[in-house]
Each structure stands twice: as C-alpha cells, then as structure tokens.
Design a protein around this ligand. Structure first.
Ligand SMILES: O=P(O)(O)O[C@@H]1C[C@H](O)[C@@H](CO)O1
Length: 294
C-alpha cells in the first residue's frame, strides 16, 4: 500500500527551520498573515516600514511560477499592527504537493501568527453575482480533497493538530460579521456577498457541464486555491477569514461567447484591488486581540 508521506519537505522540523530563519531575520512578530491571490499583491502596498524577502531567498520556500504572483513575503505595520503578507501563493496545478502549497501556513503558525486572511480570484457561478463583486467566504467544497488530494493525508503530527479536525466552522462567524459590518460602513453592501467557494485543481477553466455540476452542488464561486491553506490553518488552530474577488462569470450556457482567461482575471483584480485593500485594512484595524509590541 502506498502511504503518502509529507515528512520529506514539510515536516515540523522543516517548518521550524524556516520559521526560525525568518524570526532571526526580522524583528517583526506578526499575529496576522494575509495571502494575496492572483493580481492582488497590491494589498500589501500600504504596509509601513516594510521588510521584504523574495521566496527564493527563504530556506525551504517554494517559488511562484504564475504571473500575478510576485513571490515576496512582506512584513510591515498596518495601523500599528505587525502583519506578514504573502505576495503570491502556490497552487496544486503548478506541480507542488499540497504540503508544499500549505507550507507557509505552518511556518506562520510557528512564528506566532493567530489569524490568517486568505484572498483570491474566482469565477462566479451564483447568478446574482457580477464581475468585480466580492464574496466573503462562508464555507467551502473541497473537491480535490474528495478525490484524495488533501494536505492532511499522511502521518499526522500532533504538534500541529489532531488527526480528524472539524471543518464545519472553518470561516469564523465573528470575522464574517465584522467584514459585513465594514462593507456596510464603506458603502459596499450592494457588491459584497457571502457564499460558498469550491476548489478545483485547474489549470484549465471549467467546461459548461462541470460549471453546471458545481453550481448544482451549491457552489457560488469556483477557483483553484485557498482550501488547502484554510484546511491546514484550521488544523493548527488559526482563525480564518476569506475573501474572493469575482473576476469572471463562469459560463453555464453553451451559447455564451465569453471565455475566462488569466490576463482578464489579472486586469479585474488590479481594478478592484483598491476596494479589497480598504476592506482588508479596516478589517485588520478592527481585529481584536492582535495588538503587538513590535
Ligand atoms: O491564487 P488565485 O486563486 O487567486 O488564482 C486564480 C486561480 C488561478 O491560479 C488563476 C486563474 O486565472 O487565478
């Protein structure tokens, strides 16, 4: 029998080695981490007193291979709070194992991070959504997980979390409520929704039949990321908040001439980055229990 073993590259000791290296290179001790999705690296722009590391310079870190993902880890301050932003993430379709895809989450945990904010670009399936809308992730459908592509497969290391973690409360209700309040204060309520995100492996965009299936399953949006990160974050006890930008509407009809493409997705992300930025910044400012000394 084949037993997948993640201990090769993402064991506790490997994560600790990277975490110790980062702690030795920066005086920041962030309690908040933000993962920037496709074209959303601008979210880190307003950090003050920035200190950035290229992924290739960080021991054990994977590197980004997709455009719109800069590949930099940026530490800095937002509203007097230390934060670390990942400008670029890793995807299963790039050929990385899911333990590599989620490696930074465990490194953050060992560095003392308590809350992780994940963002991404996704295709809209819910017919009430429009391109440019923002979805607060309420729940998810882990399709690769159903098919055995799961970041927690293999021996479980209890130092990170339990063998059988619960996922029914993956996206903190308090944090979702906070984000809804902020959207209303910013006047964004007409284009901010709550919904269910579904992950596919990619890299191809969905066929019409697949899109119809995902819609029928209860997915409001579909994308190629976030869920492995969220699963590993919950496994090791981090609080999770997720935002997905609807960069395209997925075709549910054969007659639809519009086809999703990565360049347009990046264009929409850039156009809406400022609004996401405002939401994320206000959100961080209001996060309880994240004040720090450094
Ligand atoms: O990292 P995210 O999920 O934002 O990236 C999305 C999914 C694909 O990587 C890419 C498709 O354009 O954008």
């Amino acid at each position: 029998m084949h037993i997948s073993d993640n201990s090769c590259c993402c064991s506790f000791d490997e994560c600790k080695r990277t975490s110790d290296w980062l702690l030795s290179q920066t005086r920041y001790r962030p309690k908040i981490a933000v993962v920037c999705g496709s074209g959303l690296g601008l979210l880190a722009e307003y950090l003050t007193s920035k200190q950035a590391f290229r992924y290739e310079d960080i021991p054990n870190f994977p590197v980004c291979t997709v455009s719109g993902h800069e590949g930099r880890l940026v530490f800095g301050k937002l509203n007097d709070k230390s934060c670390v932003f990942m400008q670029g993430r890793f995807h299963l379709y790039e050929g990385y194992s899911l333990c590599k895809v989620t490696f930074p989450v465990r490194v953050f945990k060992l560095m003392g991070v308590e809350t992780i904010i994940v963002t991404n670009a996704s295709g809209g399936l819910c017919q009430d959504f429009k391109v440019g809308d923002i979805m607060i992730i309420k729940d998810h459908i882990n399709l690769p997980g159903f098919a055995g592509q799961h970041p927690l497969c293999g021996p479980n290391d209890e130092r990170f979390g339990v063998r059988f973690p619960t996922m029914s409360d993956a996206y903190s209700e308090d944090l979702r409520k906070l984000a809804l309040d902020i959207s209303s204060e910013l006047g964004y309520s007409s284009f901010v929704h709550e919904g269910v995100y579904c992950m596919v492996c990619g890299p191809n965009f969905e066929t019409v039949a697949e899109a119809r299936l995902l819609h029928k399953l209860g997915s409001d949006t579909v994308g190629m990321s976030i869920i492995p990160e969220v699963t590993v974050a919950r496994h090791c006890g981090l609080r999770v908040f997720g935002l997905s930008l609807i960069t395209n509407m997925v075709s549910l009809e054969y007659s639809n001439e519009e086809k999703a493409n990565h360049e347009e997705i990046l264009q929409i992300s850039k156009m809406r980055a400022e609004m996401l930025q405002k939401m994320v910044h206000m959100f961080i400012a209001r996060l309880q229990g994240t004040t720090d000394g450094e």
